[in-house]
Design a protein around this ligand. Structure first.
Ligand code: NAP
Length: 244
């Protein structure tokens, strides 16, 4: 089924990992894609993998001016935006007492302010057209916290509060906002984790495997489609049962 035929989707952080899988999945569902990352070259590599129309766009989501320009460019070139997936994210891990101001700021600016910048830039258009799906990619760490990730966990918990507020504000205009909270997914972000930490995490996953980007892409596709028309303000955890 190509349930997103004729729709336009924006995926931030679409140049690799989870974002690339989401872009490919929404393209298979029929959407035209705007693939966003700071590196336009790598975003282009994703566009080359799509099943249908798509464009690569360089944008730092932490910069509100760039996000406004991005919304206008997508609207001009692909049409009004139906689906926004805020997936761009970074980590700067350290224990609290060694966490530098710049590590705190960089993570909050990209992961939380980034979602605010892109959502605000597109909300008016979605409200006017009385349709839209906003999916924010948080993390199970936003629910549980994690040693060495106070900045990252705060940003991901913040995204949940942000999404629930947006869901309440926009519901009357037919715009739905939900969160997907991945567990441990094999991407460049998690590739550097030491062997013992990987083993310890593995032990906590009842389904007995690490997740892959396609596991998250499937959940996002569900939340953008007609089967999720009565779901808003929710957190869908996709983690092999790690956090229950
Ligand atoms: P990844 O492989 O490191 O990819 C991150 C993506 O975000 C890249 O496309 C990157 O492209 C983009 N990005 C980073 N900063 C950006 C900025 N300021 N503006 C625009 N784009 C930016 O990470 P991933 O593992 O796929 O993770 C994707 C999302 O899932 C993140 O929000 C992450 O926190 C979340 N998540 C991941 C896991 C996991 O286990 N992997 C678990 C829970 C949640 P550029 O560098 O070119 O900008």
């Amino acid at each position: 089924m190509r349930e997103l035929e004729g729709q336009v989707a924006v995926v931030t952080g679409g140049s690799r990992g989870i974002g690339r899988a989401i872009a490919c999945e929404l393209s298979r569902a029929g959407a035209s894609l705007a693939v966003v990352a700071r590196s336009e070259d790598r975003a282009r590599e994703t566009v080359a993998l799509l099943d249908g129309p798509g464009m690569a766009l360089a944008c730092d989501v932490a910069d509100s001016g760039q996000c406004s320009e991005l919304a206008a460019t997508v609207q001009d070139q692909l049409g009004p935006i139906d689906v926004l997936v805020n997936n761009a994210g970074i980590t700067r891990d350290n224990i609290l007492i060694r966490l530098k101001d710049e590590d705190w700021e960089a993570v909050l600016e990209t992961n939380l302010r980034g979602a605010f910048n892109t959502t605000r830039a597109r909300a008016r258009g979605m409200m006017k057209r009385r349709t839209g799906r906003i999916i924010n990619i948080s993390s199970v760490v936003g629910l549980t916290g994690n040693r060495g990730q106070a900045n990252y966990a705060a940003s991901k918990a913040g995204l949940i509060g942000f999404t629930k507020s947006v869901a309440q504000e926009l519901a009357a205009r037919g715009v739905l906002a939900n969160v997907v909270a991945p567990g441990f997914i094999e991407t460049e972000m998690t590739a550097g984790l030491p062997e013992e930490a990987r083993d310890a995490l593995f032990e906590r996953i009842p389904l007995g495997r690490f997740g892959n980007p396609e596991d998250i892409a499937g959940a996002v596709r569900f939340l953008t489609g007609p089967a999720a028309a009565y779901i808003t303000g929710q957190v869908l955890v996709v983690d092999g049962g790690m956090v229950m």
